[in-house]
Write a protein that binds this ligand. Structure first.
Ligand code: 5GP
Length: 179
């Protein structure tokens, strides 16, 4: 599987990801010590990251999921987002951390944060595994970022290309022409 012709090179190995997720979990646990947090996972891409992150968090936390679809062409998002599945419960008065797989232009996250803010959480922060600073068009503030990566399309560790490659433990860059 790792030798699919579209997989160009390792961007991050499972060991690198795991080590950083441990750090992020420790940081979040320290920053919110004495409080309880709600992790809002954006599906589908964020599910592997959430599963690893939550096991590194040592304070009480609950989880909820959102499924959103970003209108766009090919691999570009437009920032116009449709909520396919909303949170199960209200978030007013809660300390919420949005768990995202990747922030690219930031348009999707910017829309999502505006939407969640209207629900009056006690606090609202973002934990993104990956960010592509070269592409960031929006002034979205991510309190926690796992890795900054170059402007290349990546798959693995929950991230897909047309629903493929989510199962890969490492993160790879892909040659989209060979998909
Ligand atoms: P943005 O609105 O920040 O441009 O796009 C964010 C969403 O686009 C992410 O949540 C993810 O679903 C998708 N995306 C952006 N860059 C990549 C990438 O390199 N690989 C994959 N698999 N998805 C990406």
């Amino acid at each position: 599987m790792s030798q699919h012709p579209a997989l160009v090179e390792h961007v991050l190995t499972r060991e690198e990801i795991q080590a950083r997720v441990v750090e992020l979990g420790a940081q979040i646990s320290a920053d919110y010590a004495g409080r309880e947090i709600t992790l809002t996972c954006v599906l589908k891409g964020g599910f592997v990251f959430l599963a690893d992150l939550i096991r590194e968090i040592t304070i009480p936390c609950s989880i909820d999921f959102m499924v959103i679809s970003s209108y766009g062409t090919g691999t570009q998002s437009s920032g116009v987002v449709r909520i396919l599945k909303d949170l199960d419960g209200p978030i007013d008065e809660l300390d919420v951390i949005v768990v995202e797989d990747i922030v690219d232009s930031g348009l999707t996250l910017s829309y999502l944060l505006r939407n969640l803010k209207t629900r009056k959480p006690a606090s609202l922060e973002v934990c993104a595994l990956l960010a592509k600073p070269a592409r960031l068009e929006n002034d979205v503030k991510c309190r926690y970022v796992g890795f900054e990566i170059p402007d290349t399309f990546v798959v693995g560790y929950g991230l897909d290309a047309a629903e493929r490659f989510r199962e890969l433990p490492d993160i790879w860059s892909v040659d989209e022409a060979k998909l």
